[in-house]
Design a protein around this ligand. Structure first.
Ligand code: GLY
Length: 446
């Protein structure tokens, strides 16, 4: 009988996941709610991903064999628990395990307890106490709303005045509502950032290629923070062995710590890490695939993807070999010029068909059909992607596609991947963990 797979979500990440599933399975695919790009490969079901009881009923009614959750919000309200309670198989962490993402305060306290390297921090729910701490510590300093905030709750403050304004916005003005009931104030760390993605079955994991996410709106990493303006997926060999072994250790410690607490992590664990002069530090955990990292990742990961997701759900990942990947993936996000401050009203999109003639693939995020015409509507609209053995070629493919797409007020960064064109990341890091190389290889992690 044909398998049925449901992907919860309707952005570029979900389009990319479904594109990979379409390529690698004969399953009937559903998306909830999906988008016009997804409509060509799956059946869109236009229901809010937050209506978790409705989706669990849908899973039972339609005999869904496997559900994959894209966004963080349904995880934070227990979509996985709701599916489990109906006997359904779902790839993603329970609400308790997803706490690694939906409470930064919990994540920091967890890391401190497990000895996982992270920035020094304090948690506050009271403005005056937080202010006193910031004044004592001085700038630069980082202020974060503890809860989910669509990527907008992190303030990297160059001055004390900026930090005080951030604290006021979160704790006094309540800009993030309940998500800002607590703040994490932490040490500023300097160095390149990487997104780590690991498929986890609660006890073990398989690493996906390392990714770079470009979070600022403008070239040169300037301008406001966004959900991500582009990404690159790098073969593991392009990241120094020393860094890879430190990451393996962090993932080991994280999975062991969560299992010990009775909340094993099943799903995609995505720590954002910083490569500092003192070694790898975890900036934050995400409990899902990154967006737009996934758009680059699916271009380079192997056909075993659906099998590995199944293994995570079954708890049999240890029996799988390391996950082979090839080359570089690149994604250039085409956004509305006003993003992230505001969203565009519906604007007709031109040039999409011509964009995919050279190995590029374009994933939809903020698109919708208006009067039978494909329109841009939202902030991040499309992700133009490329994949090739050489980074330059992957980037050329993505940029070639982006240049052919047009809508009124469109905008994209011109420097995605430019910092990676030469050499490995962070040559300066001392190779202090080579002893672990053999262990990591033997375990199948790498
Ligand atoms: N790339 C940022 C995120 O997915 O949170």
């Amino acid at each position: 009988m044909t398998k049925k797979i449901l992907v919860i979500g309707g952005g570029g990440r979900e389009h990319a996941l479904l594109w990979k599933l379409r390529q690698t399975t004969g399953a009937k695919l559903y998306a909830g709610p999906g988008n016009p790009g997804i409509a060509g490969i799956a059946e869109n079901v236009a229901v809010d991903p937050g209506d978790v009881a409705w989706w669990a009923n849908f899973g039972v009614r339609h005999g869904i064999d496997l559900t994959i959750v894209g966004p963080d919000a349904p995880l934070s309200i227990g979509i996985v628990d709701a599916f489990h309670s109906r006997g359904l198989r779902i790839f993603g962490p329970t609400r308790a395990a997803a706490k690694l993402e939906w409470s930064k305060a919990f994540a920091k306290e967890f890391m401190a307890a497990e000895g996982i390297p992270t920035a020094a921090f304090r948690v506050f729910d009271e403005f005056e106490a937080a202010l006193r701490y910031v004044r004592r510590q001085g700038a630069p300093i980082v202020v974060k709303a503890s809860g989910l905030a669509l990527g907008k709750g992190v303030f990297v403050c160059a001055t004390q005045a900026e930090a005080e304004a951030a604290l006021r916005a979160i704790l006094v003005e309540g800009r993030f509502g309940e998500s800002g009931r607590e703040v994490v104030v932490e040490e500023f760390l300097d160095g390149p950032e990487l997104s780590v993605h690991a498929l986890c079955d609660g006890a073990t994991f398989r690493l996906l290629p390392f990714c770079r996410d470009y979070k600022r709106r403008n070239d040169g990493n300037q301008g406001p923070m966004t959900g991500g303006m582009g990404s690159v997926a790098l073969p593991a060999a392009r990241v120094l062995g020393d860094i890879r072994w430190q990451v393996v250790r962090i993932l080991d410690q994280t999975l062991a710590g969560m299992a010990k607490r009775g909340t094993p992590f099943v799903g995609c664990l995505y720590p954002g890490i910083k490569l500092t002069s003192k070694g790898v530090r975890v900036l934050e955990y995400n409990a899902r695939f990154g967006d737009p990292e996934t758009q680059s990742l699916v271009r380079v990961i192997g056909g075993e993807f659906p099998e590995l997701l199944e293994r995570c759900v079954e708890g049999t990942l240890a029996e799988a070999p390391p996950y082979p990947t090839t080359g570089f993936g690149a994604c250039v996000v085409i956004a509305a010029r006003a993003y992230p401050e505001s969203r565009t009203a519906a604007k007709r999109i031109f040039g999409l068909d011509a964009a995919v003639d050279n190995g590029a693939q374009v994933f939809h995020a903020g698109t919708r059909i208006v009067d039978g015409t494909l329109c841009a509507q939202g902030g991040r609209i499309l992700g133009a992607t490329g994949a090739a053995p050489k980074l330059e070629t992957a980037l050329d493919q993505a940029y070639h596609a982006a240049a052919r797409i047009h809508f009124d007020g469109h905008y994209y960064r011109r420097d995605i991947g430019a910092d990676l064109r030469v050499g490995t990341l962070c040559r300066a890091l001392r190779p202090s963990f080579f002893a672990r190389k053999k262990d990591a290889k033997a375990s199948g992690y790498l």
